[in-house]
Design a protein around this ligand. Structure first.
Ligand code: NDP
Ligand code: 2IT
Length: 447
């Protein structure tokens, strides 16, 4: 039945079954390129149709979310939860609130989560969800009402042993708190059903920092493996949300210099470097005041480039931490031409397929999001552990565990990623992530 398995045939079937879902096609293609040759060498996976099964979510839940704005208007949004794969643990993955959210984006994110969560070494399956709700310009009360309405339906589909959501774009501690409160109220139970909670009610230290810290640690590990380090390097970071903020903080602690940050309006270029004090301003601006990054340029007197991305700024290291497909072919070419030596992705799939080819052809170090940003979900996994044993670990213990997990992910990538002497982290992450989930699926038989 699968004798003619090839990347082309596989992708043409996938596109036929999932028309118009371009981000999902892209995420699967990136994995298929490394997995299909491996499956052809290991017929047990082919005979069991493992990759066909892995690219079809277990289930997709789509629902109406109705809420009332401050003027009394009735608003309708669309909510989703894509439960992708629970072979190695309960579904686990974030919730995104952004007007661009659609099924294609959530399926790409849920699919990538399968490999990412497998790499963390922790027992977590994969899911992703969210809504096309735009938090920008909404009052605190409107956000609360939306979160409550969203959770009213979502609560039927999740649970601490079933599916454990967390944050992503547009969903931080504030939104998680509203949703946790509503779940508790509806289900009459206090369990670790969400991660990224506040410390007062079962949240974990270091979770807020984990994705960004992990992304910087992964870069440090890649460089160390190649006889170098972040210390003294000029770094370009995109985004200015949760991941970008704490990636910047860890880069500073490791001795690097960060010269850019961005948001959907443009980027700031601060050649003197963003120090901890300036970063504290950004954290307050973005987390508490919902401001624009252009305000940084006014406050600290540096350049702001409206409507542009930061990839033309010369750097040694790049950390895309905003959103998918923010590095296109021309941006990747600019980075390479200006001497960038390594890229560690804090965002999910920030580089297009053509952009990735540019990095691979130039043989620079390139860590895909599913490896480099796995620190966030890893500490979510540790939050689940702490909730289960009803204890809270110290920051020191958690940061040590996070660092060890990032080292272990690097090691798994290195084990499977060698391409004639060039370390291909995409291949390494895909293969290492795949094998654990695939073997679990084989063990369960035909389900
Ligand atoms: P936040 O909402 O905290 O910040 C998102 C940042 O990205 C903001 O600066 C935002 O700008 C910018 N951004 C969002 N969408 C776009 C867009 N379409 N074009 C340009 N800029 C955009 O989200 P996070 O920091 O949590 O997430 C950033 C990335 O990291 C995402 O890809 C997410 O999936 C990924 N990620 C997050 C994890 C987590 O633990 N939070 C874990 C692993 C990955 P603006 O303010 O203008 O909207
Ligand atoms: O993309 C991701 O890994 C996240 N948004 C974090 C998921 C989680 O469950 O912590």
């Amino acid at each position: 039945m699968y004798a003619d398995l090839s990347i082309e045939n596989f992708m043409s079937g996938l596109k036929k079954r999932n028309p118009g879902e371009t981000e999902f096609h892209q995420a699967v293609y990136e994995v298929a390129e490394s997995i299909i040759p491996y499956i052809l060498e290991n017929p047990k996976y082919q005979e069991a149709g493992i990759f066909q099964r892995m690219t079809e979510p277990d289930r997709t839940i789509i629902f109406r979310v109705v809420w009332e704005d401050d003027e009394g208007n009735i608003r309708v949004n669309r909510g989703y939860r894509v439960q992708f794969n629970n072979s190695i643990g309960p579904y686990k993955g974030g919730l995104r609130f952004h007007p661009s959210v659609n099924l294609s984006i959530l399926k790409f994110l849920g699919f990538e989560q399968t490999f990412k969560n497998s790499l963390t070494t922790l027992p977590m399956g994969a899911g992703k969800g969210g809504a096309d709700f735009n938090p920008k310009g909404k009052s605190e009360r409107e956000i609360m009402r939306f979160c409550q309405a969203f959770m009213t339906e979502l609560s039927h589909h999740i649970g601490p042993f079933t599916d454990v959501p967390a944050g992503d774009i547009g969903v931080g501690a504030r939104e998680i708190s509203y949703m946790f409160g509503q779940y508790k109220r509806l289900c009459h139970e206090f369990t670790g059903v969400l991660t990224g909670k506040a410390l007062e009610f079962g949240g974990s230290l270091i979770r807020k920092e984990a994705t960004g810290y992990g992304c910087a640690y992964f870069m440090e590990e890649m460089l160390k493996h190649h006889g170098d380090s972040i210390s003294g390097k000029t770094c370009v970071v995109s985004g200015s949300g949760n991941v970008a903020q704490f990636c910047t903080q860890k880069i500073l602690q490791l001795g690097g210099k960060v010269v850019t940050l961005s948001d959907s309006g443009g980027f700031i270029h601060d050649p003197n470097g963003i120090d901890q004090e300036k970063l504290n301003y950004v954290i307050d601006l973005k987390t508490n005041r919902r401001g624009r990054i252009s305000e940084y340029a006014e406050k600290f007197g540096c350049d702001y480039h409206a409507g542009e991305r930061p990839w033309g700024v010369p750097c040694d290291l790049a950390f895309p931490c905003a959103t998918q497909n923010e590095i296109e072919k021309n941006h990747a070419e600019l980075l390479v031409a200006n001497g960038c030596k390594a890229v560690s992705e804090g965002a999910n799939m920030p580089t297009t397929i053509e952009g990735v080819s540019v990095f691979h052809n130039a043989k620079i170090l390139y860590a895909p999001g599913k490896a480099a940003n796995a620190g966030g979900v890893a500490v979510s996994g540790l939050e689940m552990t702490q909730n289960s044993i009803r204890l809270a670990w110290t920051s020191q213990e958690l940061e040590e565990r996070l660092q060890n997990i990032m080292k272990s992910i690097h090691k798994q990538c290195a084990t499977y990623g060698d391409d004639n002497g060039y370390m291909n982290y995409v291949k390494g992450a895909n293969l290492a992530g795949f094998i654990k989930v695939a073997d679990a699926m084989l063990a369960y038989g035909v389900i």
